[in-house]
Design a protein around this ligand. Sequence first.
Ligand code: ATP
Ligand code: FE
Length: 361
Amino acid sequence: FTVLALESSADDTCAAVVTSSRQILSNIVVKQLRLHEVFGGIHPTVAIEAHQRNMPGAVRRALDHANLTMQDIDGVAFTRGPGIGGCLSVGSNAAKTLAAALNKPLVGVHHMATHALTPLLTTPIDQLPEFPFLTLLISGGHTLLLLATSKTEFRMLATTADESIGRSFDKVARLLGLDWGTKGLGATLEEFCRKDIADLPDVGPFSVPMPGKLAFSYSCLHSSIERYIASAKTPLTESHKVALARAFQDAAARQLCAKLVLGLKQLSMKDIKPKHVVVSGGVASNSFLRARLREALDEYSPDEKVGLVFPPPELCTDNAAMIGWASMHRFLMGDYDDYTIDLRAKWDIREIPNLKGCLQN
Ligand code: ATP
Ligand code: FE
């Protein structure tokens, strides 16, 4: 079964062709970084206009790269939500119109579920995460710790009390005066932390908020950095900035590790012992965080090794291959959406319908 998938929930215009035999035949991502850099964040109107400009060409290239025509496509998938309403509508209207014109089945999927299910597409078959797995979704709009019990059923263990980890990376990068580079602020901050600088000043560790509680909190972390910078008597030197960036990244990692281990402990008390932890979303492309999470799991369970699974970095950030893959089981079951289906700009992951509108939870 071959799916053409479209994604436009935030600032990347994406189109991809994916097959039921786990092949990614094409994966086109058109980034809008330069357009939003001047605004310091995603500007919704600018993003909508860019999606409108870029989506047709992205679809054309996805078919060309896959060496297919629309006649070879068996179904069309798109992101139904959550995301920026106007942005979602560009991908969804394109998908619905293509499907209707060509009389192909249509499936709309939940963006965060697709981040969580990506490793089922990208991991070697003998290392696939098994349900139930724990999933840590760390992205621009979300910080979620969930227990995935099936492709459509997610139980919420924790979310953020304030802002997402991705936004926090973006804000700290801006506070340090970094630019968006080719991959965005978060990736630039990670790279900045790797700068080889002798004699780093001691800026002290930043603490993990709400110890003992599962909820994440990232705004206090970026506010501490803001206060530190505001109280500095002279402009920050490069080495000072690197020290701050590292202290931030380290505290962000410590918080993720602490909450992940706490989540595993709480599940274990209910006799639920997931064999795998899946970490996905844009921030999961950060290699420092990946290494810290592996260490935390090894320390938590040295004997029974808990598998830690990430998509490849380029499939952690938004892409349409994950949209196509997460739609596949529904196409194969014949569980299609009507061409009239609405968008869900706000959509709780616990409310994904299973088979024609039935809620599992
Ligand atoms: P959501 O998935 O919640 O709707 P989104 O789709 O906008 O949000 P993603 O594309 O999944 O978000 O991730 C983008 C976020 O990931 C941005 O905040 C970006 O700064 C961050 N990010 C990307 N690469 C890295 C990295 N290497 N280190 C830290 N953060 C990163
Ligand atoms: Fe995303």
